[in-house]
Design a binder for this molecule. Structure first.
Ligand code: XIL
Length: 300
């Protein structure tokens, strides 16, 4: 197959990218997007600060532009993200009581999911709830601090009752190395959710890697989560300096795990990347294919 999307589809997987609404009018960007990618994640447009900048006032226009583009080009969507401590408007952080926050959180989930009902393959229901380092516990946030450990479960239950057709994912970074405490903390949560029937369908591994590429245990990590009965995906892949061998190792780890259902890179050209100066993507600033592109295509 001659494109990332077609090559991935050959094994029943998808290959996607993050998309910024403001770049859709860039002809080079749109050409590569529509040629190579079959799954789209809005880079910022579905986040709380954009979607509900003040309480009860919803702004779906930027994300709608991406969804409309994807629909017109046969691309599926990953919704990103409903509950996250970052890119969260101040009015949410300023809430001081649990009952108000619970109402606000659930209203945000139901309103955003209902707006896009039938158009989203998978939602990142909760993003980055676990702490870095050795604790294996949740990080502090207004949600954690007011609602306690149960906020993640509540978000997933609300999401399932809003849209029973969308896949519901937990998404995080630095959970790719199996022995890390953060990985183990997320694993324990997913195992607990599955054992108690809390609705969760998938785990997203962001996969923001340094120049050394993925941890050697990536395949093991993906396989161990999959064995809990969830799909796994690489959701925000980028690798400092984009060495072809690092991309190959990452893609191969997913291919080696039957329930690793897709890979999304976090942007198209290096000039589109949030990691300024690290050249971590598959296309150069002119939209030309880099060596990492060829390595990825050959691996898929
Ligand atoms: C990043 C975007 O790429 C930037 O444009 C924005 O300024 C900050 O957020 N984890 C995530 C993504 O889940 O939403 C983040 O995206 C990168 C880290």
């Amino acid at each position: 197959a001659g494109t990332l999307g077609d090559a991935a589809a050959g094994s029943g997987r998808y290959f996607g990218t993050a998309v910024a609404a403001g770049r859709l009018g860039d002809a080079t960007y749109a050409t590569v997007l529509d040629r190579e990618f079959k799954m789209v994640t809005p880079e910022n447009e579905m986040k709380w600060d954009t979607v509900e900048p003040s309480r009860g006032s919803f702004n779906f226009a930027p994300a709608d532009a991406i969804v409309n583009h994807a629909t017109a080009h046969g691309q599926r969507m990953r919704g990103h993200t409903l509950v996250w401590h970052s890119q969260l408007p101040n009015w949410v952080n300023a809430i001081g009581d649990a009952n108000t926050l619970r109402t606000v959180m659930n209203n945000h989930i139901t309103t955003e999911m209902n707006h896009y009902k039938g158009k989203i393959y998978a939602w990142d229901v909760v993003n980055e709830a676990f702490a870095d380092g050795g604790s294996g516990q949740h990080r502090p946030s207004v949600f954690q601090n007011l609602l306690g450990n149960g906020f993640i479960e509540e978000a997933f239950r609300t999401a399932r009752s809003t849209d029973a057709s969308a896949k519901l994912c937990y998404n995080d970074y630095s959970i790719e190395n199996w022995t890390d405490a953060k990985t183990q903390g997320v694993y324990r949560m997913v195992k607990d959710f599955k054992s108690r029937g809390v609705p969760i369908d998938c785990v997203g591994f962001q996969s923001h890697f340094g120049a050394g590429g993925p941890p050697a245990s990536l395949r093991t990590t993906l396989a161990n989560f999959a064995a809990l009965g969830v799909d796994v995906q690489l959701t925000e892949l980028d690798i400092a300096q984009a060495s072809p061998t690092a991309y190959t190792a990452t893609v191969q780890a997913c291919l080696d795990v039957p329930r690793c259902t897709g890979i999304t890179v976090w942007g198209i050209r290096d000039s589109d990347s949030w990691r300024t100066g690290e050249n971590p993507l598959l296309f150069d600033n002119n939209g030309n294919k880099k060596p990492a592109y060829s390595a990825t295509l050959a691996t898929l």
